[in-house]
Design a protein around this ligand. Structure first.
Ligand code: ZN
Length: 131
């Protein structure tokens, strides 16, 4: 599973940011997994799938009302997949020192670690025995 990177954003939106902001954004995004998109190029909006269970997490359209497994959590902007419980952040504000800090809305899966030193990352796609 790849780490989310600034490449997620269009070249046009990246050009609006200073080099410092791009660095701050890149640093921020290392805390998250790359989103997994369903290959649905014939539809208007791309569907983002859960990194762990592959369920329909978010497409930003009407289909979300019926199929989305995303649920808001207690912390503002955070939520989780109702099917498998993996944690997501939907609302992002990146402190960049710009006049206005860049904000975006996208369900990005938190990277999780087995230890406090953050050396052993949990692979969301790994199957636990008994699953
Ligand atoms: Zn899930």
């Amino acid at each position: 599973m790849k780490t989310a990177s600034i490449e997620l954003f269009s070249e046009e939106s990246r050009e609006k940011l200073s080099a410092e902001s791009i660095n701050a954004m890149s640093e921020y995004l290392t805390g998250f997994h790359d989103p997994v998109f369903r290959d649905n190029s014939d539809e208007e909006t791309a569907t983002i799938l859960c990194v762990k269970c592959g369920s329909h997490l978010y497409s930003g359209g009407l289909m979300d009302a019926m199929f989305s497994t995303f649920s808001w959590g207690i912390v503002h902007g955070d939520g989780f997949c109702t099917k498998c419980g993996w944690n997501y952040r939907m609302y992002h504000t990146v402190k960049c020192g710009e006049k206005e800090d860049p904000r975006f809305t996208l369900p990005l899966a938190y990277r999780c670690y087995e230890d406090d030193a953050m050396t052993k990352e949990v692979d969301p796609t790994a199957k636990k025995s008994g699953d």
